[in-house]
Design a protein around this ligand. Structure first.
Ligand code: UD1
Ligand code: CA
Length: 450
């Protein structure tokens, strides 16, 4: 088996994004553009990847820290110059896959096809090509009698060459030894004064070296992101791809037009996703769960058979058989055991709620540890913050907290205790006790006269 490495070029500026963020760090389906490229390369089994960075290198480098080798191109003198910077890292490598960090839509199968053609044809280089209805701006594939001849850039093309629909996707397989020799012959004698990587094909042509081509069947995969409009276009393509994948895996998506599922989300069989739902980050959903409508889950784990509706939750664990919403807000650090109910207008933050417990209406529960089979009455608030620090509220199993209670933390309510409605609890309540804190009701007869 020949040894492959991958080089991802990402030193360019990406001016048209008009952004502080480097272009390739803009997110698509929940991860940076360049991470899509990197992950696809990983999936075809290439384990040595070299990133070429220049403009805005810091955030990209720190995102990939430890996962990949980075080479810097301090001056961006063209794609050929970019690949030259990686040559020292290609010692002992037979072939190299060259890609751009801003083309996130290539499928694993497409890149695998490029590698297969390259090896089968025993070519010094294989170009991944696509046929575009509007090829403006791209390098064109010039053929003679059907055989590949060269790549001509838009700015250097003759009028008749500009009519060619087959374009260079900017993705190639190269034999490293041949690439090394050809790069040494590049000059910046062209309309843009750059070292074009595509210039190596002129060298191969002169030396009668075999160049192969592999066609991308779906030209949409070759979309490069240069603007926010293209970013949105890629998002749409990827979203449809992700939804189609999950539907094929046995997930019902009632309205694909209003459902957004990030690339790293995992869904089990027979999950139902209702309209206007976004599942983000590394969210996982268990079998038979019903999510939506109007739900946003970011990095959440949801158990089997749970139902979540009209809810926002981030970094939360929801057990099996829970019912959440409508209009719940679950914040980081919240862990619901199985069969928990969190109802309408309830906010829960950094709290554990034990099996079978219920917080049905209008509550704020923060920094609390709630046992099993607890009933929290409507309007109950944990007063967890004294203006300086946050404190814990502990509520034992089988407790009943009456409506409109305030639990002033730090406070512990023992197992099986009862709290009378409207109480402000500032002292610990022993197990099985009743605590009531409110003034006695006064009655004045005939207070109101007609
Ligand atoms: C390139 C190809 C063109 C192809 C098109 C596909 C060349 C000369 N032309 O053109 O045939 O149709 O891609 O999208 O290669 N980069 C660097 N360092 C540099 C210059 C570029 O790292 O000095 C990186 C960019 O960040 C980008 C990639 O290389 O990720 C492609 O560069 P770009 O300037 O977009 O090339 P195109 O002009 O689009
Ligand atoms: Ca480009």
């Amino acid at each position: 088996m020949p040894k492959w490495a991958a080089v991802i070029m990402a030193a360019g500026k990406g001016t048209r994004m008009k952004s502080k963020l480097p272009k390739v760090m803009h997110r698509l389906a929940g991860k940076p553009l360049i991470a899509h490229v990197f992950d696809t390369v990983q999936q075809i089994g290439i384990d040595k990847t070299i990133l070429i960075l220049g403009h805005g290198k810091e955030p990209i480098e720190s995102y990939f820290r430890g996962k990949v080798q980075v080479v810097f191109q301090d001056e961006q003198l063209g794609t050929g110059h970019a690949v030259m910077q990686a040559l020292p890292e290609l010692e002992g490598v037979d072939h190299v896959l060259v890609l751009s960090g801003d083309q996130p839509l290539f499928r694993v199968e497409t890149l695998q096809h490029l590698l297969d053609v390259h090896e089968r044809e025993d070519a010094v280089a294989t170009v991944l090509t696509a046929c575009f209805q509007d090829p403006f701006g791209y390098g064109r594939i010039v053929r003679s009698g059907g055989a590949f001849q060269m790549i001509v850039e838009e700015k250097d093309a003759q009028p008749e060459e500009r009519l060619i629909a087959e374009i260079n996707t900017g993705t190639y397989g190269f034999k490293v030894s041949a690439l090394r020799e050809a790069l040494a012959e590049l000059t910046p004698q062209n309309a843009q004064g750059e070292y074009y990587l595509t210039g190596v094909f002129d060298v191969f042509q002169r030396s009668h070296n075999k160049v192969a081509t592999a066609l991308v069947e779906d030209p949409g995969e070759a979309l490069g992101i240069n603007s926010r409009v293209q970013l949105a276009e890629a998002e749409r393509t990827l979203r449809q791809r992700i939804l189609a994948y999950w539907m094929a895996e046995g997930v019902t998506i009632v309205d694909p037009d209003t459902t957004h599922i990030d690339a790293e989300v995992e869904l089990a069989q027979d999950v139902i996703v209702l309209p206007f739902t976004m599942l983000q980050g590394r969210t996982t959903i268990g079998e038979d769960a019903i999510i939506g409508p109007h739900v946003l889950l970011d990095c959440c784990r949801c158990g089997k058979g749970s139902e979540i509706t009209h809810t926002v939750a981030r970094e939360v664990v929801v057990g099996d058989g829970c019912k959440v919403g409508p209009f719940a807000y679950l914040r980081p650090g919240t862990e619901l055991g199985s069969d928990v109910k969190v109802g309408d207008f309830v906010e829960v933050k950094n709290s554990k709620v034990g099996q079978g417990s219920k917080i049905p209406h209008l509550s704020y529960i923060g920094d609390a540890d709630i046992g099993q089979a607890v009933n929290i009455g409507a309007g109950t608030i944990t007063c967890n913050y004294d203006g300086m620090k946050k404190y814990l509220t502990v509520i034992g199993d089988h407790c009943f907290v009456g409506s409109n209670s305030n639990l002033v933390a730090p406070v512990t309510v023992g197992e099986g205790a009862y709290i009378g409605a409207g109480s402000t609890i500032t002292k610990d309540v022993p197990a099985r006790a009743l605590a009531v804190e409110r003034s006695r009701q006064v009655i004045r007869e005939d207070w109101h006269r007609e």
